[in-house]
Design a protein around this ligand. Structure first.
Ligand code: GLN
Length: 377
C-alpha cells in the first residue's frame, strides 16, 4: 500500500542539471547574496552560545521570536506552548501528520501538492483522497472538497502560497473550509512555508486566523524560506497547545531537537525590522520580474503567481506541446535549462500543461537561461 520512496523530482532534476552542466531553475533554492546579518549571527552563536542540545521544543528565545513575528505580520496571538521548532518544514509536516493521522483515516490532499504530503499520510497509516485546483487560475475546488469528505475523513492538508503555482487561499475560502471542518469535525494541516515570500501584496491568511479553524489547525513555517537559508533546516509547527504537545511528542522521536546555534541565529534574525524583510523581498521581486519579462519577450505565456520562488509557464499557450515531462527533459538536455514539470505535483489525474521555473538567481544566470529558452522555441 505504502508508496515505494523514490528520488524526488527535485533531486532528479538537480542531478541532471549537474551532470549536463545545465542552468538549474528546477529545485527551489536561492543563489542570491545570503543575508550577511544571519551568517554573522550564526558565527556568533557557534562561538558564544551553545553547541549542545537545546530544549526539545526549541529555544525559548526562538519560540518567542516566532510568536512575535506572527503577531506583527499576521495578527496572531499565540501561546508559548503552541510552537514546536523542528528540523525544517518537512519535519514539521511529518511530526504533525504522525500526530494527526490514525490507521484507516482518510485525508484530503489538494493537487498540485508538495511531494512529501502523500508518503507521510501513508506512513502514518492513512489513505489520501485528492481534489485539484482548477487551472489556469488554480481556483480552489470547494465543491469537490465537500464531495471528497466521507465518513472516514479526518483532515485536510492545505498549502498557501501554493508550491508550485504560487496562488494563495483568501479569507472567504478558508472560512468556507472552516465551516466544512466544523460540520465534519476535521483538522487542517496548512503548509505556509512561503508566507514571507509574497510579492503582489496579497495578504497571507493562516487557518489559525479563522475562528472556526484556529483550534483544529496546524501551521507549518520555515526560516529557510523567510530568510533564504534553505540548508539551515529550521522550521516549526504552530497549533493549539494540546495539539502542539502531540506534535512535540512525535518530534522528539524524529529528530529530537534542531541545531542549537542555528536556532539562536534565527531568533536573532526575527529581530530584524520590517524594512529588512521589505528590502529582502524587493530583491526577489526584481529577479521574478526579470525572468517573467524575459520569458514573455521570448513568447512564453507565464501565469500570474502571488508568492513562492517560482513562476509557471503555460505550455500550450506558449505554442509548445502540453506534455510537461517531455518538454522539461528536452529543455534540460537540448536547451541546458532545468525546470520542474508541474505534473510531478500530482498523485492522480495530472495536469500536463505547465512547467515550474525558479527565479531566485543572479541576473546573469536568469538572462542566460532566458536566452537559451528563447533559442529553444
Ligand atoms: N521546496 C523545494 C522546491 O519546491 C524542494 C525541496 C526538496 O528538494 N525536497 O523546489
Amino acid at each position: 500500500m505504502t508508496q515505494q520512496p523514490k528520488t524526488t523530482v527535485f533531486e532528479y532534476m538537480s542531478g541532471l542539471a549537474r551532470e549536463l552542466g545545465a542552468i538549474n531553475l528546477g529545485q527551489g533554492f536561492p543563489e542570491m547574496e545570503e543575508p550577511p546579518e544571519l551568517i554573522a549571527a550564526a558565527q556568533r552563536a557557534l562561538a558564544q552560545r551553545s553547541n549542545q542540545y537545546p530544549p526539545m521544543r526549541g529555544l525559548p528565545d526562538l519560540r518567542a521570536a516566532i510568536r512575535g513575528y506572527y503577531a506583527r505580520t499576521q495578527g496572531l496571538d499565540l501561546a508559548d506552548e503552541s510552537v514546536v521548532v523542528t528540523s525544517g518544514g518537512t519535519e514539521a509536516l511529518a511530526a504533525s501528520l504522525f500526530a494527526l493521522v490514525r490507521p484507516g483515516d482518510e485525508v484530503v490532499l489538494v493537487q498540485p501538492l508538495y511531494d512529501a504530503y502523500l508518503p507521510l499520510v501513508e506512513w502514518a497509516g492513512g489513505t489520501a483522497r485528492f481534489v485539484s485546483l482548477t487551472p489556469p487560475d488554480w481556483t480552489f475546488p470547494l465543491d469537490a472538497l465537500a464531495a471528497a469528505i466521507g465518513p472516514r475523513t479526518r483532515g485536510i492538508v492545505l498549502n498557501t502560497p501554493n508550491n508550485p503555482v504560487g496562488t494563495m487561499l483568501d479569507r472567504a475560502t478558508l472560512e468556507a473550509i472552516g465551516a466544512l471542518c466544523e460540520t465534519h469535525d476535521l483538522w487542517v494541516l496548512c503548509d505556509e512555508v512561503w508566507e514571507g515570500m509574497v510579492f503582489d501584496g496579497t495578504p497571507h491568511v493562516s487557518p489559525l486566523a479563522i475562528p472556526a479553524l484556529a483550534g483544529r489547525s496546524v501551521k507549518v513555517g520555515s526560516a529557510g524560506k523567510i530568510f533564504s537559508m534553505t540548508g539551515w533546516k529550521v522550521g516549526w509547527a504552530v497549533a493549539a497547545p494540546e495539539l502542539a504537545a502531540q506534535i512535540a511528542a512525535r518530534h522528539q522521536f524524529l529528530t529530537f531537537t534542531t541545531a542549537t546555534p542555528l536556532q539562536w541565529a534565527v531568533a536573532e534574525a526575527f529581530a530584524l525590522p520590517a524594512a529588512w524583510h521589505r528590502d529582502h523581498r524587493a530583491r526577489y521581486a526584481k529577479a521574478k520580474a526579470r525572468l517573467v519579462a524575459g520569458l514573455e519577450a521570448a513568447g512564453f505565456a507565464v501565469l500570474p503567481a502571488s508568492g513562492t520562488w517560482f513562476v509557471t509557464i503555460d505550455l500550450a499557450a506558449s505554442g509548445l506541446p502540453a506534455d510537461d515531462l517531455a518538454v522539461s527533459e528536452r529543455l534540460v538536455r537540448e536547451a541546458g535549462v532545468a525546470s520542474i514539470p508541474v505534473s510531478a505535483f500530482y498523485a492522480e489525474a495530472p495536469e500536463r500543461g505547465y512547467l515550474r521555473l525558479c527565479f531566485t538567481k543572479p541576473d546573469a544566470v536568469l538572462d542566460e537561461a532566458i536566452a537559451r529558452l528563447a533559442r529553444f522555441r
